[in-house]
Design a protein around this ligand. Structure first.
Ligand code: NAP
Length: 295
């Protein structure tokens, strides 16, 4: 007799994180992949800006678990259109959280290291957020909505992610790799610290988190080390066999972004690491796993 798997609604299924989660979660869950452009088996048409669309997707999936990886994830586009950012990144989470709360579905909501102002760095879950821009403020509001309206919800704050190229939005390693492979120089900020998340590790993290219903509240998942963007780019060049001298130092304070960026939003991930028995990756190990990924 075929066993019926429990239903899981994955928003942001076409995004850089969702593309990694969907196939991995399929072993234990009947995954409904929702977004505006999701296609194929298990795809649901979802517009996060439209509450009715969210309700329709939720009803169609009747999920036991919702992984909310859908968002306008670009801080600069959010800064330029705060009304749309609020609808997509905050109001949608309110709607989704209410649906989870009413049905008893467990919610795992993705958030960001950018909820911190970056003045100190190596933030734990106990540190007070102080978001600097529209995107970051919205993500903090969305965290609060998820925790207040969906009992048992888990909020997973991740840092600038990198991973194998899967055809979604290019990440920072895709841009680095393209320029370094062409022998072109790249600029790495020496005044911006991050603990980049190895995105290909997230399926394991999420699977273990889902296996433990007691894991509720806010959790951090970055890399094992805090490094400047410059140090990160040099490590990437070295591990991937490119000329490290192509990485030139630059300063974030001299760059112009529509949305302000924290100096040091590095995350301490030790709490979740201990709870799951999974170690966050060093840059060396995370980048080694990408050797040969861009053929
Ligand atoms: N990747 C990172 O470095 C990073 C760092 C910190 C936090 N995060 C957070 O992690 C989560 C996943 O990020 P990601 O990197 O996978 O983002 P992404 O690559 O930009 O993908 C965003 C996803 O959201 C969907 N989406 C956007 N607007 C939508 C709308 N109006 N209605 C329905 N779906 C919509 C997109 O699908 P369609 O275009 O098909 O609709 C896509 O699947 C987000 O919450 C993000 O804020 C990511």
């Amino acid at each position: 007799m075929t066993k019926t798997l429990p239903a899981l609604l994955l928003t942001g299924a076409t995004g850089s994180i969702g593309r990694r989660l969907a196939p991995a979660l399929g072993a234990s869950w009947r995954v409904f992949r929702a977004s505006r452009t999701a296609a194929g088996e298990g795809a649901l048409d979802l517009d996060l800006a439209d509450p009715d669309s969210i309700r329709r997707s939720f009803d169609a999936a009747a999920p036991k678990v919702v992984i909310h990886a859908g968002a306008d994830s670009d801080p600069d586009s959010c800064e330029q259109d705060p009304d749309r950012a609020k609808r997509v990144n905050v109001d949608a989470v309110k709607t989704l959280s209410l649906l989870c709360g009413a049905s008893g579905a467990r919610l795992v909501h993705f958030s960001t290291d950018l909820v911190f102002d970056g003045e100190r760095g190596w933030y734990s879950e106990d540190d007070a957020p102080r978001p600097l821009g529209v995107y970051a403020r919205g993500k903090l509001d969305s965290e609060e909505a998820a925790l207040a309206r969906a009992p048992g919800a888990a909020v997973l704050r991740i840092s600038t992610a990198y991973g194998r190229p899967l055809g979604g939005r290019p990440g920072f390693v895709d841009a680095l790799r393209a320029r370094l492979a062409a022998g072109e120089p790249v600029t790495g900020f020496t005044d911006q610290w991050r603990t980049s998340t190895a995105a290909d590790q997230l399926p394991e993290v999420i699977a273990k988190l889902l296996a433990d219903p007691d894991l509720a509240g806010v959790f951090h998942w970055g890399g094992a080390e805090r490094a400047t963007r410059f140090e990160t780019a040099v490590a990437f060049a070295r591990v991937m066999g490119f000329d490290e001298r192509l990485v030139r130092p630059g300063r974030a304070v001299d760059a112009r972004f529509a949305s302000p960026r924290p100096r040091d939003s590095s995350l301490d991930s030790s709490r979740l690491a201990a709870a799951l028995g999974v170690a966050p990756l060093t840059y060396e190990i995370g980048f080694k796993a990408l050797q040969g990924a861009w053929r």
